[in-house]
Design a protein around this ligand. Structure first.
Ligand code: GUN
Length: 292
């Protein structure tokens, strides 16, 4: 039976660290602040931004909550980003993705000042990450690295197989795992990979970030592997109060019998994303104070 990696506990420690660093800044009359922008009413996005705002407040930071209707124009959103870039009281800007179809995400992300890009999505942040230069790391991949480290999962020489190539998780994570200090050998699988199991069965560390409930079944997992489930899929469930329940990309019941380590959904990777965001916001504020 696999050891269940407790993302909530590791996230709690990281949030404590963020709160302590926030208190140090606040003591100097400087309150870290994040603008959280949500366009439209995607229920999953709304629940994510609400959780982020709550965590910010709990850590002693300020959250400026900005909600725009789904039919907001790209120009209007760009105008908001320009204002937030220029606002000295705002240290970080988070635009929740996905955006409505008529808005080009790339234009919006590129408009954010890289110094305030606490999501690590700006091309400058991505470039810095790839080159190993200082900069904001994207929160979910960074949180996964912290979970591997906390659980003492050996990455050096391990074969890590990443399923999914999104800009938010798969692409940056594959890059980070191949860093010299982590030293995994990385395979990236995606919708064009064909027989997925052929690759996943070779994984010492298997990362499921495809966004498909139950995609990874027990026959696709090597005995003793560490399995990290990034999926947060809403599956209909009439017995649940909300009419749905959250299910990961991994068939948890069956895979947990075979793997050595596994993250649950919820309570695994999700809480880490928020914790790493808080740390990025504190860092943005600290950088701002240092350059004043
Ligand atoms: N949508 C899904 N994950 C994320 C995230 O980490 N940041 C933002 N801004 N949008 C997301």
């Amino acid at each position: 039976m696999a050891i269940i990696i407790d993302g909530k506990e590791t996230a709690r420690k990281k949030r404590e660290e963020a709160a302590a660093r926030t208190a140090a800044l606040t003591g100097r009359g400087f309150v870290p602040a994040l603008a959280v922008v949500l366009v439209g009413e995607n229920p999953a996005s709304l629940s994510y931004v609400t959780a982020k705002e709550k965590a910010l407040t709990e850590a002693g930071m300020q959250s400026r909550d900005i909600r725009f209707p789904a039919d907001t124009s790209e120009e209007k959103l760009l105008g908001l980003i320009a204002e937030l870039n220029a606002d000295p009281l705002i240290h970080g800007i988070l635009v929740q993705l996905p955006l409505p179809k008529h808005i080009r995400e790339d234009r919006i992300i590129t408009a954010i000042d890289p110094a305030k890009d606490v999501d690590g999505f700006h091309p400058v942040s991505v470039g810095n990450m790839v080159l190993g230069r200082p900069g904001f790391l994207p929160c979910t991949p960074h949180g996964i690295l912290v979970l591997l480290e906390e659980s003492k999962i050996l990455t050096v020489g391990a074969h890590a197989v990443v399923v999914g190539r999104s800009n938010i998780v798969g692409k940056p994570l594959a890059n980070l795992l191949a860093r010299r200090e982590i030293n995994a050998t990385v395979t990236v699988c995606h919708t064009g990979s064909g027989d997925l199991g052929r690759y996943t069965r070779q994984a010492d560390i298997l990362i499921a970030a495809a966004g498909r409930a139950g995609l990874i079944t027990a026959d696709m997992v090597k005995p003793g592997a560490a399995v990290i489930d990034v999926g947060v899929n809403r599956v209909p469930d009439v017995s649940a109060q909300k009419g749905y329940r959250l299910k990961g990309d991994v068939d948890f019941e069956a895979v947990s019998v075979k793997a050595a380590y596994i993250t649950p959904v919820p309570g695994g990777v999700g809480p880490m994303t928020i914790a790493m965001l808080l740390l990025n916001v504190v860092e943005a504020a600290e950088n701002c104070l240092a350059h004043r």
